[in-house]
Design a protein around this ligand. Sequence first.
Ligand code: FAD
Ligand code: NAP
Length: 322
Amino acid sequence: MSVSAPRHVRVLIIGSGPAGYTAGVYASRAMLNPVLVQGIEPGGQLTTTTEVENWPGDTEVQGPDLMVRMEAHARAMGCEIVSDIITSLDLSSRPFTATADSGAVYKADAVILATGARAKWLGLPSEQKFRGFGVSACATCDGFFYRGQEIVVVGGGNTAVEEALFLTNFASKVTLVHRREELRAEKILQERLLKHPKITPLWFHEIDEVIGAADPLGVEGVRVRDVRTGAITEIPAKGVFVAIGHAPASELVKDQLELHNGGYVKVKAGSTETSIPGVFAAGDLTDHKYRQAVTSAGMGCMAALDAEHWLAAQEALAPAMA
Ligand code: FAD
Ligand code: NAP
C-alpha cells in the first residue's frame, strides 16, 4: 500500500448501504460534493437477500437490484463513489483524517458514518472450522450449493425465517433450530414458515457442535442441545446457516465516539449528531431497534441534512473567529 497525498473533502460518507447512498443523494443535492467509500460489501446487507417486500413503492424488489438503483441514483445526483475500505479514522483533530486500504487519505470537514452491521456467529470452534465448508451466514450466496440436501438454519428472527424459506428452493429438508418456542420474525413470515412442508422447527434447542469430516472438509450434521433438559441429539445436514442477528460495525470509532447497547454509535435524540460535532451516524450502525432499509435510508437523509446545517454554521462562524 502506498500512501497518497491527502485529499480534502467537505463530506466523507463511509458505507454504501441504504443509509450511505441516501446520504449521498442528499449531500450531492446540497452541493457538498460528497465522496462515498463503499467498503467491502458494496450495497450493504440487502445484497445478501432476495425479495424485499417492505420498501415503499415496490411491492417486491430484489435486494441487490434495489441497491444497484440506489447507487445509480447517488451517482446521478453527483456523488463520487469510491471502491475502497476505510481502515482508520482519526477524529481527534480537524479536518478529520480517514485512511483507506488503497493508501488514499481523506481530510474531511464532516463525516457521515454509515457502516451498518455484520452477521453474528455462534462462537463455536467447530463453526469456525467449517466456515466456507458447509457453515454460512448467507443463504442467498451459498444456498445453491445444497440442492437436494438437508439443511439446518439457526435463529428465530426475520433473517432466519427468510433464509429457511429461501433455502427450500434447493434443500430436501430445512430444520429451523431456535432456542425458544416463539419466533421474533414478523407474523406474515412466521405463517409462511409454519405451513411450509419442507420446514421443521426444532424449538428450545441450541447448537452444541457442528460435526463433519476432515478430509475433504465438510459438514455432516449438528449436535443440538435441549435447553430445558440438556439432552443432546444429532441432526444430519450438509449445510448450516447461522442467522442469529447482526452486530454494529463500529470498529473504526469504538474508542472515539460514545457507544451504547453493545457497540451502536450513540446519536442525539431526533438527530444523527454523535458525541463529536461534525461526525454524523446513520442506519444500522446507530439503531438497535428498527434496523430496516427504510429507516436506514431515512437516517441517511437526516445525516446529510445535519451535515449541511453544521457546515453552514461553521462557515458562518469562521469569518467572525478570524
Ligand atoms: P448496511 O446495509 O449494513 O451497509 C453497511 C455498509 O458499510 C456496507 O456497504 C459496507 O461495505 C460499508 N462499510 C462497513 N465498514 C466499512 C469501512 N471500514 N469502510 C467503508 N465502508 C464500510 N430490511 C428491510 O427493510 N427489508 C428487508 O426485507 C430486509 N431484509 C434483510 C435480509 C437480510 C438477509 C439482512 C441481513 C437484512 C435485511 N434487512 C431488511 C435489514 C437491512 O438490510 C438493513 O437494515 C440495512 O441494510 C441497513 O442499512 P445501512 O446502510 O445502515 O447498512
Ligand atoms: P434479530 O431480529 O436480532 O434475531 C436474532 C435471532 O437469533 C433471535 O431469534 C435470537 O433469539 C437468535 N439468537 C441470537 N443469538 C443467539 C445465539 N447465540 N444462539 C442461538 N440463537 C440466537 O436478527 P435478524 O433476524 O438478523 O434481524 C436483524 C434486523 O434486520 C431486524 O430488525 C429485522 O427486522 C431486520 N430484517 C428485516 C427483514 C424484513 O423486514 N423482511 C428481513 C431480515 C432482517 P431470541 O429470539 O431468543 O432472542
